[in-house]
Design a protein around this ligand. Structure first.
Ligand code: SF4
Ligand code: FES
Length: 261
């Protein structure tokens, strides 16, 4: 396949970026999207040019590192597929492909297609954990968990923290990510003691990191390579609301006015 790539090039978050055209010739339809970029980079390096910076690690769809907006779609045109698992046979010979980074205020550009996604880590540090000691594997197995509950928790744990939901959302909201991480714990008995506190702390952290609010566009669910359902967001909203009702500490309402007798 012979393709034309229009790739976002940007030195760092302080400099201006622009789309630069590259020819990608002799690409095998069986190569992955990242292998295609490797081939282009090898040719650029041999010719003394500057390679295109892009993130990757496992290339198996499990680590969440790859982060390319391909022809305007986070992770590209294949549903439920990370950019690293996308193959060139899904494109046409002669096609022009535009490749951009995740765009969100909370994800500053490090270089070209690489963005800083540590804001997602800070949300996890704010509450995406349990504080109790669950013991070793035999101890954990001593608490019976119904199969459907375990499966529901695992469906949420499938979130790889890639941030495509943020890149797809017109408000750059991280609600699908936060909801998946909260729901995987909220589904299980070990996650109950801190459930409401966790909802508050994670949402507060998301706001601090400049992610936007959810306004039900559902673009996040469509872009998610792990098909996390927006139902998780409804569950998180319920927990957040309950937390503000049961605890004065978390209530957005002003404290009651004391009336003198
Ligand atoms: S919810 Fe989906 S799109 Fe968002 S970070 Fe997790 S896996 Fe990525
Ligand atoms: S490189 Fe690990 S999910 Fe794509």
């Amino acid at each position: 396949m012979n393709l034309t790539l229009k790739v976002w090039k940007q030195k760092n978050s302080d400099s201006a970026g622009r789309l630069v055209s590259y020819a990608a010739n002799g690409i095998s339809p069986d190569s992955s999207f990242l292998e295609m970029l490797d081939q282009v980079n090898e040719e650029l390096i041999v010719a003394g040019g500057e390679p295109i910076a892009f993130d990757h690690d496992c290339r198996e769809g499990i680590c969440g590192m790859c982060s390319l907006v391909i022809n305007g779609v986070p992770h590209g045109p294949q549903r439920a597929t990370t950019a690293c698992q996308l193959h060139m046979r899904h494109f046409r010979d002669g096609q022009t492909i535009t490749i951009e980074p995740w765009r969100a205020r909370a994800f500053p550009i490090i270089r070209d297609l690489v963005v800083d996604r540590r804001a997602l880590d800070r949300i996890i540090q704010a509450g995406g954990y349990i504080s109790i000691n669950t013991g070793s594997a035999p101890d954990a197995n001593a608490i019976p968990i119904a199969k459907e509950v375990a499966e529901a928790a695992f469906d949420m744990a499938a979130c790889i923290g890639c941030g495509a939901c943020v890149a797809a959302c017109p408000n750059a909201s991280a609600m699908l990510f936060v909801a998946a991480k909260a729901a995987q714990l909220a589904s299980l008995p070990q996650g109950q003691p801190e459930r409401l506190k966790r909802a508050i702390h994670m949402v507060e952290s998301m706001d601090r990191e400049s992610f936007g609010n959810c306004s039900n566009h559902y673009e996040c669910e469509a872009a998610c390579p792990k098909e996390i359902s927006v139902k998780a967001i409804a569950e998180l909203n319920r927990d957040f609301f309950k937390a503000t009702l049961v605890s004065r500490e978390f209530s957005p309402l002003p404290p009651p006015v004391e009336v003198e007798e």
